[in-house]
Structures are given as structure tokens and as C-alpha cells.
Write a protein that binds this ligand. Structure first.
Ligand code: ADP
Length: 261
């Protein structure tokens, strides 16, 4: 394989156990330059574990992982230095202001024209009036914007996003979506985890659906549908196995009781 078509992300036989609990069964995944790859699954499916393994935040119980050609198991620091990560529900340090945090990240990442870039991203996210407010005093959504800005500021060629839009309003969801799609169009690569299927329809070239730590299906969004009429939600319910009939049955049996009596 030439350097050119070497995958940006490659995991072979990767698995993770927490004690005796199997969070991720052995799986293989490859993501190439210019792809927008998404992993979707219900809560507890193993999505965050998946992303943490690929980004060197967790050691796999077995398997090989290469990210940007670097061995993520033996050299996780080097992987972390070369990628962008927006972890799920993580906040910038409470004792720094958005401007201070972005400056810190920009310096760490060797961003040129640092001061202007920081101001640009504060303005882009509508945070100019919060630039000097301690992050502990920001709203959840504002803290998430700071985290996203800290990833966007150095335009990493490989970006990992874990539920990136959970606290964003629709205006900023759209703005970020457009930025991410432009980034991919320019050759960037994105690996995303979410339970929001709309993100797959709108952004992903390829996706995997996982549940209970197992990959149930993987392919293009179109390829996963059995017919033109099937929605991605239908696919998800079909694969994850919790059909609407099951919910109705449970409701009839009184297990799910939302009656007003
Ligand atoms: P998701 O991101 O899809 O919601 P996670 O990857 O966070 O799922 O978790 C997958 C499973 O692993 C869940 O059942 C969760 O409770 C379990 N798990 C996650 N982290 C740990 C941990 N540090 N120790 C033990 N179990 C964990």
C-alpha cells in the first residue's frame, strides 16, 4: 500500500473490556482521507469507548490501532498531538476565560497569527462578549462552543467528535455542520460518534451502527437502507432490535405506562 492510500485511521481486531465487561467486541475499521465517518448507536452502545481507543485515551484489551500512520497503542501521545478531539460533555478549564483557553490551545498547536485566530473564533461562535468571563460561568452551550473552537482553530486534518452538537442551538448546529462539510471537501477527515441519526443523513459518507459493543452494520447511508422508502430511523430500529411493536407491546402490558389515569 502506498503512503497516499494509507488509511488515516485503521483498527484491526480492536476490542475493549472494562474488568469482565466487554464494552467493545473485536472489530475492524478503516477511515480514509476526505471521509466523514460516523458511528451511531444507542446510549451505552460503546461509541465513546470506540473514540477513546482510536484517540489514544484508552488502551485496547487487544488489537492494533494506527492513526495517521502512528501506533496509537504504543505512542498515544504522538497521536494526540496530531489530531483534533472534541470529547463528549467535556468543558474547558473552569478557571480560564475563553480567550485564555483558545490562546493556550493555539500556542500548544503552533497556530500562526495566534491573536487574530483567537479573536476570529470567538467572533465566529458569538462569544466576543464572553471572551474574559471564566469558563465556569458560561452556559453549557457556550462551553461547548469553546471546545469546538479549540478544535477548529488549528484545522486538524483528522478530527474526532463525540456528540459534538448536544448542547448547541440549531443556528450553531448548522454553522458547525457547514464548517465541517467544507473541511472535508478540502481534504480533511472526520470521525464522529452520535446517537442523532440526522447527522448521518446530513454529513456522513460512511457509517457504522453499533449496539452492545458490536458492529451491526456498516456502509454508506444509502447502502444500509433495504429500500428507497426505508428511513435511517427504520434501519436503526430494525438493527438495534427495539421495534416500535415491542414498545407498543410493552405499553399494552403496562410496562411502559404513560396513560393519564
Ligand atoms: P456510549 O458512548 O455509546 O453511550 P460508552 O462507550 O460510554 O457508550 O459505554 C459503553 C459501555 O461501557 C456502557 O455499558 C458503559 O457503562 C461501560 N463503561 C464505559 N466506561 C466504563 C468504565 N470506565 N468502566 C466500566 N464500564 C464502563
Amino acid at each position: 500500500m502506498t503512503e497516499e492510500n494509507k488509511p488515516m485511521v485503521s483498527a484491526v481486531d480492536m476490542a475493549k473490556k472494562y474488568g469482565d465487561f466487554i464494552a467493545l467486541h473485536p472489530l475492524n475499521v478503516q477511515v480514509h482521507a476526505g471521509e466523514f465517518f460516523g458511528v451511531f448507536g444507542p446510549n451505552g452502545a460503546g461509541k465513546s469507548t470506540f473514540i477513546k481507543l482510536l484517540t489514544g485515551q484508552l488502551r485496547p484489551s487487544k488489537g492494533r490501532i494506527e492513526v495517521l500512520g502512528v501506533d496509537a497503542v504504543n505512542d498515544p501521545q504522538k497521536v494526540k498531538a496530531n489530531i483534533g478531539i472534541v470529547p463528549e460533555s467535556e468543558s474547558p478549564p473552569s478557571f480560564l476565560t475563553p480567550a485564555e483557553f483558545l490562546e493556550f490551545v493555539a500556542r500548544l498547536r503552533g497556530v500562526e497569527d495566534m491573536k487574530n485566530k483567537v479573536e476570529h473564533w470567538l467572533e465566529w461562535f458569538g462569544l466576543q462578549d464572553k471572551r474574559d468571563t471564566m469558563c465556569k460561568d458560561l452556559s453549557k452551550g457556550q462551553r461547548q462552543k469553546v471546545m469546538l473552537a479549540s478544535a477548529f482553530i488549528h484545522k486538524p486534518k483528522l478530527l474526532f467528535l463525540d456528540e459534538p452538537f448536544a448542547n448547541l442551538d440549531p443556528i450553531y448546529q448548522r454553522k458547525c455542520r457547514e464548517w465541517l462539510l467544507d473541511h472535508v471537501a478540502e481534504g480533511g477527515t472526520i470521525f464522529l460518534c452520535s446517537h442523532v441519526l440526522e447527522m448521518a443523513e446530513r454529513m456522513c459518507n460512511r457509517m457504522a451502527i453499533i449496539n452492545d459493543g458490536k458492529v451491526l452494520a456498516a456502509g454508506t447511508v444509502k447502502g444500509l437502507k433495504q429500500s428507497e422508502n426505508e428511513t435511517l430511523e427504520d434501519v436503526f430500529i430494525r438493527l438495534v432490535g427495539r421495534s416500535i411493536e415491542d414498545v407498543e407491546r410493552l405499553s399494552d402490558e403496562g410496562v411502559v405506562d404513560d396513560s393519564e389515569e
